[in-house]
Design a protein around this ligand. Structure first.
Ligand code: MG
Length: 257
């Protein structure tokens, strides 16, 4: 079931989403060679709690047999790790690493979900920089279609086409989603698909749109920790996500300051 948020619910949700945006400004200051993803996770959780919020991902239990609850406030995925990397003291950032962070801030009963990909220090290649740019741009290509009366498939199609036209692959096993009181709500929003298909967009819907892009082939593997997703061919990946609101006109991006 797709939830339509009331005006007052949207106001509450905007607070959670704004905090997510602010959190990235804070994290950005600390993303340098030598820091561990464990330390970044601690900074993120402290920031959330200092603002009367909590990390929605920490303790998240997907209720899949054998998969432990997610232990941290952020997902931190480095280079060929695509998504759901678990922060660790051993994961110390190096110059030129590609770091994707995904986090959900919970406040006032609502969730704000966003992901960003950073290059640590100086980038190793122009191709790495281009991967980040195309991934971010794919989000903006997608939300051009996040208009009342359009369908979810219009967003999916635009993202997938843009990424593939630029020579990269989208991850097919994971997707964007509705969001609100729950971290994951209907509808699912794949990063590929057919225009004109899927649920119709209505004002008051809040959606997390999140291109996950691989430089090489689209195939992925899951590590034994039950969470971390890596590329099968070892090429790097990037992730860019915002929570948006469907309105009578243009969509509003709630997690971008
Ligand atoms: Mg997310």
């Amino acid at each position: 079931m797709i939830t339509i948020k009331s005006k007052s619910e949207i106001e509450l949700m905007k607070e959670a989403c704004k905090l997510t945006g602010l959190l990235y400004k804070e994290l950005e200051k600390h993303i340098k060679p030598g820091i561990s993803t464990y330390e970044l996770d601690k900074i993120a959780e402290k920031f959330m709690r200092a603002h009367g919020a909590s990390p929605a991902q920490k303790g998240y239990n997907p209720e899949i047999k054998g998969v432990p609850p997610f232990p941290c406030a952020i997902c931190a995925s480095i280079n060929d790790e695509v998504i759901h990397g678990i922060p660790s003291k051993r994961a110390i950032l190096k110059e030129g690493d590609i770091l994707s962070i995904d986090t959900v801030v919970y406040k006032n009963g609502f969730n704000g979900d966003a992901a960003r990909t950073f290059i640590v220090g100086k980038s190793k290649s122009k191709e790495d920089e281009r991967l980040l740019e195309i991934t971010k741009q794919a989000f903006f290509e997608g939300i051009k279609y996040a208009i009342k009366g359009n369908r979810v498939g219009d967003i999916s199609h635009a993202i997938g086409q843009f990424v593939e036209k630029n020579g990269y692959s989208v991850v097919r096993e994971f997707q964007g989603h509705g969001i609100g009181r729950q971290m994951h709500e209907d509808p699912g929003i794949p990063n590929y698909g057919k225009a004109g298909k899927g649920a119709r967009l209505e004002p008051g819907m809040t959606l997390a749109i999140e291109p996950m892009v691989i430089m090489g082939k689209p195939d992925i593997l899951e590590l034994d920790d039950g969470w971390t997703i890596i590329t099968e061919d070892g090429t790097p990946a990037a992730h860019y996500e915002n929570t948006i609101l469907i309105t009578e006109k243009e969509p509003e991006i709630l997690t971008l300051l």
